[in-house]
Design a protein around this ligand. Structure first.
Ligand SMILES: *Cc1c(COP(=O)(O)O)cnc(C)c1O
Length: 382
């Protein structure tokens, strides 16, 4: 069976985990800090906070930015639920804006229209998503956000190691802390690197960094500088209402080991994308084939076809488990209760009718990929 995505675990990864199992720390310990430092270095930001999942990273980010009841935050309907849910965890209101038909990313022009049409202060933040690994032009979003005094959480779960080229022709890594207050990553097994479950928040803002550390463990601190009182060596204070969103040292050790191969994985993803692109270029059954821009991290390889359902079923008969990313979030029963309905996001809804994510993961062999291509071509030949 060939899935659309899967983890790649080596003997080194397994050894790293076993070493921790034999050590003194199994929950948050020295490996968590090591993982954070290594990840910050990889991304090129100042601070990184490891947490138990990408969803936890989003929740703490929304909390750290003080999302409150009724506050409006803009995001894309073509993303995993967590990108929007984090706003709801804090009682905020999710406002969807449609995607760009060329990139499938949150359309900055649609966001601009929302902002222009509302009284100043209506919206508090934007959560753009580097969907499929295609990177957002964060410089443009930052400019717009600054104009309207909004914060940005960049959901980079699909794009660790991805980058865009800014207006000065400089490579800007996703989540490098320059254009967004906070960026978040996930280490779920289908993502670029995995901890089993895990997440990371990156930032250049020291205040937000400190706040995130606090929120990650119940809002409890033992740091002498932060304490209001100090009764002795045992003393700690719970200063905020936080959570237990810690990553374990076991997971962190796996993350460190995986991160060493992150660039290798990215390279392989790019190669796979190029092979698909070559195979499908000019084929009449393809409604849209995304180009391969520099900096794309290729979490997913998506094509749009007319008979998507037929293709997905045919592939399944051949043990190829392609997927659909994503069902537009505004049409989920949960979000419909807020009044969202068909027709609200026409580009996202049309995209959803045709999109299919083909197998894309570093350990996909050439043979397997050729088999996938063969079956796609075979289906449309009839
Ligand atoms: C995976 C993912 C998340 C959530 O990450 P988890 O680690 O599964 O909680 C959030 N946003 C996007 C875009 C994702 O792909």
């Amino acid at each position: 069976m060939i899935p659309y995505g899967k983890q790649h675990i080596t003997d080194d990864d397994i050894r790293a985990v076993i070493d921790v199992m034999k050590s003194d720390f199994i929950t948050q310990g020295p490996n968590v800090k090591r993982f954070e430092d290594a990840f910050a270095k990889y991304i090129g930001c100042r601070y990184a906070v490891a947490v138990s999942s990408g969803t936890a990273a989003l929740h703490l980010s929304a909390m750290a930015l003080n999302v409150k009841k009724g506050e409006k935050v803009i995001t894309t309907p073509i993303t995993f639920s967590a990108s929007a849910n984090c706003v709801r965890y804090c009682g905020g209101e999710v406002i969807f804006a449609d995607i760009d038909s060329g990139t499938y990313l949150l359309d900055i022009n649609k966001v601009r229209v929302l902002l222009e049409d509302a009284p100043k202060g209506t919206y508090k933040g934007i959560i753009p998503v580097d969907f499929a690994g295609r990177t957002i032009n964060m410089e443009e979003f930052k400019k717009l956000a600054d104009e309207y005094n909004l914060w940005i959480i960049e959901d980079s779960c699909h794009a660790p190691g991805g980058f865009f080229i800014d207006s000065k022709n400089i490579k800007q890594n996703c989540g490098n802390g320059i254009f967004a207050e906070l960026a978040i990553f996930s280490f779920h097994p289908v993502k670029h690197i995995t901890c089993g479950e895990g997440g990371m928040i990156t930032t250049n803002d020291k205040k937000l960094y400190k706040k995130l550390l606090l929120l990650r463990t119940h809002g409890i601190t033992k740091e002498p500088d932060l304490l209001k009182e100090n009764h002795g060596t045992w003393y700690y204070e719970m200063q905020e209402l936080g959570y237990n969103y810690r990553l374990t040292d076991i997971q962190a050790a796996l993350g460190i080991s995986q991160l060493k191969r992150a660039n290798e994985g990215l390279k392989r993803r790019f190669e796979i994308a190029k092979v698909y692109q070559k195979a499908f270029k000019g084929k009449s059954f393809i409604k849209r084939l995304s180009v391969v821009p520099e900096g794309h991290a290729y979490h997913l390889y998506i094509i749009e076809v007319e008979d998507r359902k037929g293709l997905i079923n045919y592939l399944r008969e051949n043990n190829i488990f392609a997927q659909v990313h994503y069902i537009p979030l505004h049409l989920m029963p949960y979000y419909r209760q807020f009044g969202w309905k068909e027709g609200d996001m026409p580009i996202a809804e049309n995209y959803y009718q045709h999109c299919i994510s083909l197998p894309m993961f570093p350990s996909l062999t050439d043979e397997e990929q050729n088999f996938v291509i063969e079956k796609v071509l075979e289906f449309f030949k009839s």
